[in-house]
Design a protein around this ligand. Structure first.
Ligand code: SF4
Length: 105
C-alpha cells in the first residue's frame, strides 16, 4: 500500500507522485501545466532557465518519472519557479526579476 512504512525512504520526503497514488499520468501532467501557468510572471523562470534546469534533471540519477528523489517535488513545477533551486545544488535559484518602477500605475 502506498504511503505505508514499507515504502518510506528513511530521511527523505515522500514523493508527491506516490502520495497521489493512482492518479492518471496525463491528468497529473495537465495539473502541473495548470500550476505552472498560475505562477506570476515575476516569479516564473524564463524559458531558457527552465529548459536548462530540466536538462540537468534529465541527466540526474535522482529523477524518477518526473519527481525528484531528493526532495519529492515535481521537477517541472520546481524548475518553473525562479526562487527554487535543486536540493543538491545542480541548478541554482534565480534572482528576482526587476519590476519596473511604473508597474501598476
Ligand atoms: S532537482 Fe536536482 S536532485 Fe532533483 S532531479 Fe533535478 S537535478 Fe536531480
Amino acid at each position: 500500500m502506498l504511503g505505508s512504512k514499507d515504502n518510506a525512504v528513511v530521511g527523505r520526503p515522500p514523493c508527491k507522485k506516490c502520495l497521489l497514488g493512482q492518479a492518471d499520468a496525463g491528468e497529473l501532467e495537465k495539473s502541473i501545466d495548470g500550476l505552472i501557468l498560475l505562477i506570476p510572471d515575476e516569479d516564473r523562470a524564463d524559458d531558457e532557465a527552465y529548459r536548462s534546469r530540466l536538462a540537468k534533471c534529465d541527466e540526474c540519477a535522482a529523477l524518477n518519472e518526473g519527481t525528484c528523489g531528493e526532495c519529492g517535488c515535481f521537477v517541472r513545477l520546481r524548475a518553473a519557479k525562479r526562487a527554487k533551486g535543486c536540493p543538491v545544488g545542480k541548478w541554482q535559484p534565480l534572482t528576482h526579476k526587476a519590476i519596473p518602477q511604473d508597474a501598476g500605475r
